[in-house]
Design a protein around this ligand. Structure first.
Ligand SMILES: Nc1ncnc2c1ncn2[C@@H]1O[C@H](COP(=O)(O)OP(=O)(O)OP(=O)(O)O)[C@@H](O)[C@H]1O
Length: 615
């Protein structure tokens, strides 16, 4: 195949290559062909230009070939005949070109019609303006936008459809921009329709060609953006509303959240304070329980809460000191041999102090196993050491706002003395196994039957602790130095044990009293108390019969140094004698401790001190 022009060229080449004679013969044949009905003029009318041209070409070529041989033979002919023949060929050729052109024109018209249709029925308004904004062309959509027929729009200025002067001016500016600036220019024009409805046109314009030159126009598309604008505005409004609602809701949620946080905090605080209150209640409960247990133990232990019996000068001096120191919170150090009544004096001090409504807690440092003293004094947390299965409140905590009586302080292990010093100084300590510092308000009364100064010298007792304790020392004289108190004490104990044993002993013979006054009483008042108790039990009549045998021949002791040595010897002999008598039985009904009127632990301490050991 090929374009009509190519075809005609091909045809020309072919005719040019033909011998002149033959061409001569071919022309009439072509003419004849074109003259034939159904040929060029008749048949081609009903056919499409392409088909007609094709057929024409084929027929012409066929005729030419058919006559080619005849034409070859005939070489004669004159020049004019040849020219005329060529003219005819050219004519045919022109006819064919004409046909092809018509065909092209037809196709072009078809395409134009198609594009005109697209242009007309496009949903966007299209305008062609001249440089002054006069409408040269408009599609149907554009005319519809203007509210007129297309025919009415031609040659009218576009601005004449814009009522508002301001908007008109805007269009004029837009047009100026299009003329002076390259590329597409955009503008939005606000129009008020006859129904009062406001519409917004969105214009996009571009200049086509050079201003002032032929064919120059401004091509402009117009879209009614009202709906889009309204939708955008609605969208914006909805968005704003949503923002507003979200803002309000966020604010509400933030408020609710803050309220919730406050409530949680309050609840946490309440829980915390409840926990604290519970812990406090538990602490109080534990303390009360412990106090209760302790007081019951005290009661069961038959401690002597009665008045201190005595009217000797020595004991009267002690009374005076007790009276002086009791109301103060000062630390008191009670010194004196075993059984002289240091415990009794301690109670007297406590019961005459402002702390009398709180308990006095006694800690016997010799009675407690060394490894337990610390936890007994300061308490312990559960699991503080192997076997510590439960939390325990120490004696110091029990004695809070009361008094603690540290009996036999000289027996306290050195390592604990330091901790004790801290409690005395600062009222602070930690429970075993706990890092928490406990603060207490405790009055301290300490007692020792040891010479503490000597213990300090021998580095068995801390000097700083000694001075802390030795604030107000009271020395209770041994019974042998206040024998005038013995008759009153005997009377006091007969009454006590009469009551206990349901006895009615009313008197003590002068001889018995004399014997009792002559005895040295290494175990002091405790020993006397035991002797009287045993006598009350064994006495059958109304007069007290002492069963114990005393070595009355021994010289009376004094407090001077050589005699102290003799007393130590005496003590050694006496303890050893009693132990031999009981068959080295220390505790129990007929044990040496009972006979000597000593606590078993005190006796053991004394045995250690004297170096008494069963061989
Ligand atoms: N002056 C007194 N009047 C009445 N009873 C007394 C007197 N002194 C001591 N006692 C009694 O003697 C016993 C021993 O007294 P206490 O325990 O107070 O002596 P102590 O000096 O603390 O002995 P230790 O050093 O062995 O602990 C107690 O039963 C106590 O009631």
């Amino acid at each position: 195949m090929g374009s009509p022009r190519q075809k005609s060229r091909a045809f020309r080449r072919s005719s040019n290559g033909t011998p002149k004679g033959n061409r001569k013969q071919a022309v009439p044949a072509l003419r004849q062909f074109f003259a034939q009905p159904g040929g060029r003029s008749v048949g081609n009318k009903d056919k499409s230009p392409a088909t007609a041209a094709g057929e024409l070409r084929q027929q012409a070529e066929k005729k030419l070939r058919a006559t080619a041989e005849d034409l070859q033979a005939s070489r004669a002919g004159d020049r004019s005949q040849r020219l005329s023949h060529e003219l005819e060929v050219h004519q045919i050729e022109l006819e064919m070109q004409n046909l092809a052109l018509r065909q092209a024109q037809q196709e072009l018209e078809l395409s134009l019609a198609k594009y005109a249709e697209l242009f007309d029925f496009a949903p966007v308004g299209y305008f062609a303006f001249d440089a002054s904004g006069v409408i040269r062309e408009v599609n149907l959509a554009g005319a519809r936008l203007l509210g007129i027929n297309r025919s009415e729009a031609a040659a009218t200025p576009f601005a004449s459809y814009i009522a508002d002067p301001g908007e008109r001016a805007r269009f004029t500016r837009h047009l100026a921009d299009v003329l002076h600036e390259p590329g597409v220019q955009r503008c939005e024009i606000r129009l008020t329709g006859t129904d009062g409805k406001v519409v917004h046109w969105q214009l996009q314009s571009v200049a086509v060609g050079a201003p002032g030159k032929k064919g120059f126009h401004v091509f402009c598309s117009v879209v009614d953006g009202t709906l889009a604008r309204e939708l955008k505005a609605q969208l914006q409004k909805a968005h704003d509303n949503l923002e507003c609602v979200v803002g309000e809701r966020t604010e509400e949620l933030t408020r609710a959240n803050a309220q919730l946080t406050r409530e949680i905090d309050e609840r946490k605080r309440a829980e915390e304070s409840l926990k604290n209150a519970l812990a406090e209640i538990k602490g109080l409960k534990d303390r009360l329980l412990a106090e209760n247990i302790y007081l019951r133990q005290e009661a069961a232990g038959e401690y002597n809460f009665g008045e201190i019996v005595g009217q000797s000068k020595a004991i009267t001096h002690v009374f005076t000191q007790v009276k002086q120191v009791a109301p103060m919170d000062a630390t008191v150090l009670l010194l004196g041999e075993t059984g002289t009544g240091k415990g009794v004096v301690a109670r007297a001090i406590h019961s005459n102090s402002s702390r009398k409504d709180r308990p006095m807690i006694t800690v016997n440092c010799t009675a407690l196993p060394g490894n337990l003293i610390e936890s007994e004094l300061f308490g312990r947390e559960k699991g503080a050491f192997t076997g510590a299965n439960a939390q325990q409140i120490g004696r110091f905590e029990l004695a809070h706002r009361g008094t603690i009586f540290l009996d036999e302080i000289g027996e306290m292990p050195l390592e604990l003395q330091c901790k004790l010093l801290r409690v005395i100084q600062d009222g602070e300590f930690e429970r075993l196994g706990s890092p928490r510092t406990v603060k207490v308000d405790v009055r301290i009364i300490a007692a020792s039957n040891k010479n503490l100064e000597e213990e300090v010298r021998n580095h068995r007792f801390r000097e700083d602790l000694f001075y802390r304790l030795n604030v107000f020392p009271i020395t209770i004289p041994p019974l042998r130095q206040r024998t005038e108190d013995i008759p009153r004490l005997v009377e006091h104990f007969i009454a006590k044990f009469n009551k206990k044993n349901g006895k009615k002993i009313q008197s003590v013979s002068r001889e018995t009293l004399k014997a009792l006054q002559q005895y040295q009483w290494p175990g002091n008042v405790r020993e006397l108390e035991s002797v009287v108790e045993r006598a009350v039990i064994t006495t059958q009549g109304p007069s007290l019969q002492i069963v114990d045998r005393f070595d009355l021949d021994r010289p009376a002791m004094s407090t001077t140094e050589p005699q102290t040595k003799a007393l130590a010897e005496l003590e050694y002999d006496h303890i050893l004698g009693v132990l031999l008598k009981t068959g080295w039985r220390i505790e129990g009904k007929n044990g040496a401790a009972g006979l000597l009127g000593l606590n078993p632990s005190t006796l053991r301490a004394r045995m250690r001190k004297c170096g008494i050991q069963r061989k």
